[in-house]
Design a protein around this ligand. Structure first.
Ligand code: B1M
Length: 210
């Protein structure tokens, strides 16, 4: 078994205590940090499939998520590197009712490494919290919303609607993403951009802030 396969297996089994060393070994063997990350993202896909098929339940999903987070901590210095703040300021959060944050955190990390100062509002963020954060940071250029559940897509729609009604709307761009989100949905709800993954989110944020 390759080290990357081992990392993937440790995510699936939720072995948070073992994963840091395995990720480090995978890097020491010369694997690219992005390749290790891709394997971990794929592993979370396997976890999701198993959950869907009732082979595992919420606690197992949670421990897999914990393991993934530990692994990402080791990768972080290898993935990021830009000087934060030079590209502008961005606010990011997972919308109300939604507790998924791994994807949002990866997006935040890549955007930070693209030179942004990122204000992360966390998970389950109500629309007015986004509004408040923009008011407190009038120099914010991009607001990013993440949603992982079909049941929280309406909360994303509502958040964009409320942001669209604000007097500061002309000064910000809204980017949305997450597994159930599509470019069509982004357009329909009045967001400025949709991106599918962390790398394209970072690229798009730069374009939006330019
Ligand atoms: Co949940 N969960 N979960 N879960 N969970 C999913 C999303 C699900 C698809 C699993 C499944 O059934 N196959 C399913 C949703 C089904 C649906 O809505 N159609 C689901 C469900 C049902 C639930 C609960 C309802 C389960 C329950 O309680 N019965 C519950 C809801 C809780 C809540 O939020 N209110 C729940 C809970 C959880 C845990 C808390 C246990 C845990 C989350 C822990 C955490 O995040 N800290 C969890 C997990 C781990 C998952 C899966 C297995 C993995 C998610 C993940 O981290 N993926 C997930 C299955 C799956 O995704 N295949 C699943 C890896 C991550 C890197 O990818 O988040 O997609 P992702 O992010 C990507 C892109 O989407 C994109 O870039 C990221 C990086 O490339 N992206 C953006 C994300 N945000 C972006 C923002 C952008 C741009 C791009 O711009 C701003």
């Amino acid at each position: 078994m390759s080290k990357i396969e081992e990392v993937s297996g440790l995510v699936i089994k939720g072995k948070a205590k073992l994963i840091a060393a395995a990720v480090q070994e995978a890097l020491d063997e010369g694997n690219e940090a992005t390749a290790v990350l891709d394997a971990m993202i794929e592993a979370m896909g396997v976890v999701g499939e198993r959950f869907k098929n009732n082979e595992i339940f919420v606690p197992e999903m949670l421990i897999a998520a914990r393991a993934m987070k530990k692994g990402v901590e080791v990768l972080k210095p290898h993935l990021s590197g830009g000087s934060a703040g030079v590209a502008g300021k961005m606010i990011i959060g997972t919308v109300a009712g939604d507790l998924h944050d791994i994807g949002k955190n990866l997006v935040a990390m890549m955007i930070e490494s693209a030179g942004f100062e990122v204000i992360d509002l966390g998970v389950d963020v109500p629309a007015d919290k986004f509004v408040e954060a923009v008011r407190e940071n009038p120099d914010v250029k991009v607001v990013g919303l993440s949603a992982l559940l079909t049941t929280t897509m309406p909360a994303m729609k509502e958040t964009v609607k409320i942001l669209n009604e604000q007097d500061f709307r002309g000064n910000i761009k809204i980017m949305v993403g997450g597994a159930p989100i599509s470019p069509e949905f982004a357009e329909e709800i009045g967001a400025d951009a949709y991106t599918a993954d962390a790398a394209s989110a970072a690229q798009k944020a730069k374009e939006l802030a330019a």
